[in-house]
Design a protein around this ligand. Structure first.
Ligand code: GLY
Length: 340
């Protein structure tokens, strides 16, 4: 794995520093910094806020006027569709923060790509040699922008199909082709047989969605009134890259919680076997979800988002028991999550 980032001050590599640098970069580009919306969405089609764009869905659909032409946010999000992967892979989470820049019918593809590259290479000082991008299979415009305007070698612009590069938050609603920026931990392996799914080599950290269609229940795409930009950068993923950690869990955004859980269990995270490490990572991840859900007014129950909360709490308790923790301990680890 690549280690230090020459010239990058430590303050920028912390989770808080990355968040601040992202928002400031886009504020300087004329975006209004808006607060994170609640995890309890207005949108009735989902139980929880699953992406930075969700609070803006009525604007993209033309149902509400945009308060500003450009906005930037750090949105708290929860997704539980990959819950079984949490702790087992380097990057799956239930709770995560999504950094986003949004254009409501203002700038589009060219500008979004140019700024994403500038932010990645000038602010976060990622070496272009470590970057690789994907575009939607049919999106020749995006391909040409990356190749001709940014200068990415064509071998490092990978065309992907709908499953990977056509983004929609829900089965219906605003959507569009997307282009993703990946960090390549091993550029020395060359450009032959690139498999962006290989997470021992690549991590996707920035998704640029060219939001221009509404998809109906029959799968028909209708152009939206305006061409919009919706992006998502995983704060935890950028922290993994800039802090040169082997996974998101060992970054300063989550590791303090893991450390507290390990202390309660009387174990050393770096010395325990793989299954105990998974339990500690599950606790580190889920406690963040639990603390933020409760602070947004969700209470445990048998249905809907209340059931999600209950399930997450149960999983924390179970993994605590697997580590040999007896008695109540969630309050102690939750203090860590609240303090972060
Ligand atoms: N809305 C972009 C993303 O979630 O990746």
């Amino acid at each position: 794995m690549s280690t230090s980032k020459p010239g990058l001050e430590k303050s920028v590599t912390t989770g808080a520093g990355i968040r601040q640098a992202f928002l400031k970069f886009y504020e300087d580009k004329g975006h209004a910094i808006l607060p994170s919306a609640s995890l309890v969405p207005e949108d009735p089609t989902v139980l929880l806020t699953i992406a930075g764009m969700l609070p803006f869905k009525p604007i993209f659909l033309g149902q509400r006027k945009a308060p500003v032409p450009r906005a930037t946010t750090s949105q708290k999000c929860i997704r539980t569709n990959d819950i079984e992967n949490v702790g087992r892979t380097a990057r799956h989470h239930t709770f995560f923060e999504m950094l986003g820049n949004f254009s409501f019918g203002d700038y589009f593809k060219e500008q979004a790509v140019a700024w994403a590259w500038e932010l990645s290479t000038k602010v976060f000082k990622l070496d272009p040699k470590n970057l690789i991008v994907s575009v939607f299979r049919e999106d020749d415009d995006a391909f040409a922008i990356w190749r001709d305007q940014v200068g990415v070698p064509k071998e490092r612009i990978i065309r992907m199909d709908e499953a990977d590069n056509f983004w929609t938050s829900c089965p219906t609603g605003p959507c569009g082709p997307c282009s993703e920026i990946y960090y390549d931990f091993h550029p020395e392996r060359g450009d032959d047989n690139i498999d962006l799914e290989d997470d021992t080599r690549f991590i996707e950290f920035y998704n640029l969605v060219f939001m221009q269609y509404n998809r109906d229940a029959d799968g028909n795409l209708t152009p939206l009134q305006a061409q919009n930009i919706d992006t998502g950068m995983g704060l935890e993923r950028m922290a993994q890259i800039l802090q040169a950690k082997p996974n998101n869990y060992e970054t300063d955004l989550i590791f303090p919680i893991i450390k507290t859980a390990a202390e309660i269990a009387g174990v050393d995270y770096f010395a325990v076997d793989e299954s105990a490490k998974i339990s500690l990572k599950v606790i580190g991840d889920h406690v963040r979800s639990v603390a933020h859900m409760i602070s947004d007014g969700i209470t445990a129950s048998n249905v809907g988002r209340g059931y999600i909360l209950r399930r997450l709490i149960r999983r924390v308790v179970r993994h605590g028991r697997l580590l040999g923790i007896e008695g109540a301990f969630i309050n102690q680890v939750a203090e860590g999550a609240i303090a972060l």
